[in-house]
Design a binder for this molecule. Structure first.
Ligand code: AHR
Length: 552
């Protein structure tokens, strides 16, 4: 008997084999290459929502205080208290949506603490206080509430993103959720809370559309069973005030491969009638790649690897872990379809990324902060490619977390700031946003490695492609730490007028950017050989590559 994951894996392999054998019968230069990429222009998969390129910023460690918020009187360049460098970078990557204030923090947060005059706001014990080290700043342990709803929404406005607020379901009643919606969305002059918003300088409603109804309700968000949470969700979502704005509620979904959560939650939701499904916009899936123990343990602390000190096997193991998200998306989607037959509900992968053990922080005392290397860039490129290949199943995804945390795009401390290799990947991949995802076949020899005396292997090339009028964007990773991969590329259905490439790589797989060396890992432009409907490109070892073709 095989498990669900094994079934999905075997089905995917069988499909690939079929496609590859069909492809091998093609004549010409590309078909004789050892590595090939075939982009099928007439096989669209769906539109890539810009929201797949979303972000997550929790009131945790140095994410908000120091990372985003420096305060209006700060010597750090800022716009209304928000770090200027961050704003400028996020404009470049076309940040579409940002989730806040958690994470686990969300289910401990009273939004009322973060509104009104700054000097009247209370200091509260942060959810994460218990795991803060003695040397962390007071603002990380005792939330000064200087950054609240107004500041967050203003930050989103400055970078051109939509806010996605996660509401407290564990420790506040539903009424407080409705009042938060009222504070954000009730029209000017209509309610006392609209007046309070106006008094803070925001007369016009914030028009917040995305609302998370709790976070990880199977764990820090209340330790509910899926059935108990479904009852709570229905209660919170029923008759929430709309103020003329469509509200999109995201239900707390499964961790990893917890199929029972997805099934149990949705079955309980429809026990009251199938129309109840309409209250749900998205089901949140959280997936962190953390276990680098090579099968030795499932212990959360023991199993983690090091962010900076790793060997080639750890590199491949992290990518193996990351690739699992593909089968998680397919598996949860299948269960969702058994209950929600019209697939009204989409997946919202609102936390993803690698999670290492502590010790590589750029700033001492910043909990969950880790150094971001080229390995994380390749991991992130691979993950974004997977999302691009599931445009109809995923409505949103949020990388955990934006700055000074897990898979961060940026690191900052006081007046120091740098873009990490993951930040560069987001800038490169922004070109996919809003494009038509195209079925693309990657065929390359697998990378083989020795996993503690057992043979293991990983796909030699993988990626995604999208079309934007005459512009075709093809992104791919070469995971091999030693071998470059020359590939023939065939655009089936059009000829190529011109092509160009951007490559993110480094001879050292541990390479990373730091405050003293902010450009150690940076994308470089490269030319692409093209002829008719074909192109040829050599993907360097350990690289994330973007090829852009203008079609004739
Ligand atoms: O991203 C850090 C934490 O991971 C979040 O607070 C929580 O939702 C998840 O377990």
């Amino acid at each position: 008997m095989i498990g669900r994951r094994e079934f999905l894996r075997r089905s995917a392999l069988a499909t690939t084999a079929l496609i590859v054998s069909k492809y091998s019968s093609l004549n010409g230069q590309v078909s004789s290459d050892e590595s090939r990429i075939e982009v099928l222009l007439d096989e669209p998969l769906g539109t890539i929502s810009p929201n797949l390129y979303g972000h997550f910023s929790e009131n945790l460690g140095g994410v908000i205080y120091d990372g985003i918020w420096v305060g209006e009187g700060s010597k750090v360049p800022n716009i209304n208290g928000i770090r200027r460098d961050l704003i400028e970078q996020m404009r470049k990557i076309k940040a579409p949506v940002v989730r806040y204030p958690g994470g686990c923090f969300a289910d401990s947060y009273d939004w009322r603490d973060g509104i009104g005059p700054a000097d009247k706001r209370p200091r509260r014990t942060n959810f994460w206080e218990g795991v803060e080290p003695p040397n962390s700043p007071a603002s990380h342990k005792y939330d000064p509430n200087q950054f609240g709803t107004n500041e967050f929404v203003h930050f989103c406005k400055l970078i051109g993103a939509e806010p996605y607020l996660a509401a407290n379901l564990r420790s506040l009643p539903a009424e407080e959720f409705y009042r938060w919606v009222e504070y954000c969305n009730s029209p000017a002059g209509t309610t006392t809370l609209a007046d309070a918003r106006a008094a803070a300088g925001y007369a016009e409603p914030f028009q917040v559309r995305f609302w998370g109804v709790g976070n990880e309700s199977w764990g820090c968000g209340g330790n509910f069973t899926p059935q108990e949470y479904a009852v709570e969700f229905r209660r919170f979502a029923t008759w929430a005030p709309h103020f003329g704005r469509e509200l999109s509620f995201v239900a707390s979904g499964p961790n990893d491969d917890n199929w029972d959560w997805t099934r149990g939650f949705l079955e309980e939701i429809v026990r009251k009638g199938p129309e109840q499904l309409r209250a749900i916009y998205g089901l949140a899936l959280h997936y962190y790649a953390w276990n680098l123990s090579r099968g030795r343990t499932q212990d959360w602390n023991q199993g983690k690897g090091d962010a900076l000190n790793f060997d080639a096997v750890d590199w491949y193991e992290l990518l193996q872990q990351g690739e699992v998200i593909d089968s998680l998306i397919t598996g949860h989607w299948q269960i969702m379809g058994e209950i929600d037959r019209r697939h009204h509900i989409k997946l919202v992968v609102d936390e993803w990324g690698p999670w290492y053990k502590p010790g590589s922080e750029a700033t001492a005392g910043d909990i969950l902060e880790q150094m971001i290397t080229l390995r994380d860039a390749v991991f992130s490129g691979m993950t974004l490619d997977i999302f691009n290949r599931h445009p109809d199943q995923i409505a949103m995804a949020n990388c955990a977390q934006l700055i000074n945390c897990l898979n961060s795009l940026y690191l900052a401390h006081e007046d120091k700031f740098c873009v990490t290799p993951v930040g560069h990947v987001f800038e490169m991949y922004a070109a996919h946003q809003g494009g038509q995802s195209l079925r693309t076949i990657f065929s390359a020899p697998r990378v083989h490695y020795d996993r503690d005396s057992k043979p293991a292997s990983f796909a030699g090339l993988q990626g995604s492609a999208s079309l934007h009028d005459k512009e075709l964007v093809l992104t791919a990773i070469n995971p091999s730490v030693t071998e470059s991969r020359e590939a023939g590329i065939l655009i089936r259905g059009a000829s190529i007028a011109s092509g160009a490439a951007t490559v993110l790589s480094h001879r050292d797989i541990h390479a990373h950017n730091s405050f003293s060396q902010p450009d150690a890992v940076a994308p470089k432009g490269q030319s692409v050989e093209t002829k008719g409907t074909s192109a040829r490109f050599t993907f360097p070892p350990a690289s994330v590559c973007k090829l852009t073709f203008t079609l004739a």
